[in-house]
Unconditional design. Structure first.
Length: 227
């Protein structure tokens, strides 16, 4: 009881980061309500993400944890492709579905109310992840086993542990907030191993160390800034 009271009274960042990291890992492992709290990504950053993924009209973009639906909506509007968002929050899911109806995009955009840990990703050619590194790690096997050759994965701010990024870039939003994008591409080789998801890969240590550094802060994705 004494330790509990002392711990609760501490305001040091170290203790807050550690407890938050443990809490988020527990949530991802048990697939509870959500793997990340929602905060809108600026539209300009969404556009940069889709350009970085080299989205084309023949692509099918999946956004895991789609929030208010802006990534799938912009993908359809400006890149002419089909897009799917997966969201577990009922209010955000309903809002996204309503926006799609208002924008007459039902033929190209759909939203799934459900858990992305259980999603069928076999029809995706592009997958966007704005999730914690631990969550990306739990999704890795599903992505590697289901995505077809040539498909791309873009991870925002947090890399996919065990994979080597084909490209990494830093961008700055209009609000002067920096985002780091990691691009992974599914090899066309039948001998492809999960740990080498990209063909022309940069050293693993580069992306792993960057993601580990950010994960250690306990930073919550999608809490940087509002649109």
């Amino acid at each position: 009881m004494v330790w509990q009271a002392a711990r609760d009274s501490m305001k040091w960042p170290f203790f807050r980061r550690r407890e938050r990291s443990i809490e988020l890992l527990r949530e991802s492992l048990s697939a509870v309500k959500s793997a990340a709290n929602f905060c809108s990504t600026p539209w300009s950053v969404v556009r940069e993400i889709l350009e970085f993924a080299e989205v084309r009209p023949d692509d099918v973009v999946y956004d895991l944890g789609s929030g208010d639906g802006r990534i799938p909506i912009l993908a359809a509007q400006e890149f002419g492709c089909r897009a799917v968002g997966i969201e577990l929050d009922p209010d955000l899911f309903m809002y996204s579905a309503k926006r799609v109806a208002e924008l007459n995009l039902k033929d190209r955009v759909s939203f799934i109310y459900g858990n992305f840990f259980e999603a069928d990703l076999r029809s995706a050619s592009v997958v966007v992840l704005y999730l914690l590194r631990a969550v990306n790690g739990h999704l890795r096997a599903r992505l590697a086993s289901q995505l077809p050759a040539g498909s791309r994965v873009v991870a925002v701010d947090f890399d996919v542990p065990g994979w080597r990024a084909e490209r990494t870039v830093s961008i700055v939003s209009d609000g002067n907030v920096e985002y780091t994008l990691y691009l992974y591409r599914r090899s066309s080789s039948g001998a492809q191993r999960e740990s080498t998801f990209a063909d022309n890969a940069t050293p693993l240590a580069r992306t792993a160390s960057a993601g580990a550094s950010k994960a250690a802060t306990g930073k919550n994705p999608k809490e940087k800034e509002n649109a």
